[in-house]
Design a protein around this ligand. Sequence first.
Ligand SMILES: Cc1cc2nc3c(=O)[nH]c(=O)nc-3n(C[C@H](O)[C@H](O)[C@H](O)COP(=O)(O)O)c2cc1C
Length: 175
Amino acid sequence: MKLKVRPTGVERVMREEDFIVSKTNPKGIITYCNEIFMEFSQMDEQELLGKQHNVIRHPEMPRAVFRLLWNTLENGREFNGFIKNLAADGGHYWVFANVTPSKDDKGNLLGYFSVRRKPSQAGIRWFEPLYARMLEAEQAAGAAAAIDASTPLLNQALDEVKRGYNEQVFALQFS
Ligand SMILES: Cc1cc2nc3c(=O)[nH]c(=O)nc-3n(C[C@H](O)[C@H](O)[C@H](O)COP(=O)(O)O)c2cc1C
C-alpha cells in the first residue's frame, strides 16, 4: 500500500542526532518503528505496523534502487544508500539508509533492520539528478523494462567516478 498523497516539495531535514529505525519480519512487513520514524513519515504506529516500507515510497525514486536493495539483502549483505521518502502530508525527507538482514545462530532469516541517519549534502547532490535521469528512463521504458533501462545509467555514473556502488555511497556520506 502506497500513500495516495501528492508530493508538496516541502522537505523535512533530519537533525544530526536523529536515527530513524524500523524492523520487519522476513517478508518485509514493518513490526517496529521508533518515534523519529513517525515524526518524519507523519504516520502513527497503527498506520505503519503491518505495512511494507513502500508505504513511504516517493514517486521520484527509481525502481532500480529498490531492486538493488532487495538483491543485496537476499544475498545476505548490507545495503547502504541515499533514499528520498514521502510523508503522509506530501512532504519528503532524504535519508542515508543502512539496511541489514537479521539471522539467528543457525543462519535462518529473522527479518530486516534499518537505521537511517542524516544524509550528507554531497550525497543528495550526486544522487538526486542521477535518480531523476533513471526515473525518466524507467518511465520511457515502461514497467516491465524499467530496471533494465535505468541500471546502465547508474553503472555508467559509477564508472565515471571509478567506484563501486558502496564505495561511492560511503565516499559521499563520510568524506
Ligand atoms: C528494512 C527495510 C527498509 C526499507 N526502507 C525503505 C525506505 O525507507 N523507503 C522506501 O521507499 N523503501 C524502503 N524499503 C524498500 C521497500 O520494501 C520497497 O521495496 C520499495 O519501497 C519499493 O516498493 P514498490 O516496489 O512496491 O514500489 C525498505 C525495505 C526493507 C526490507
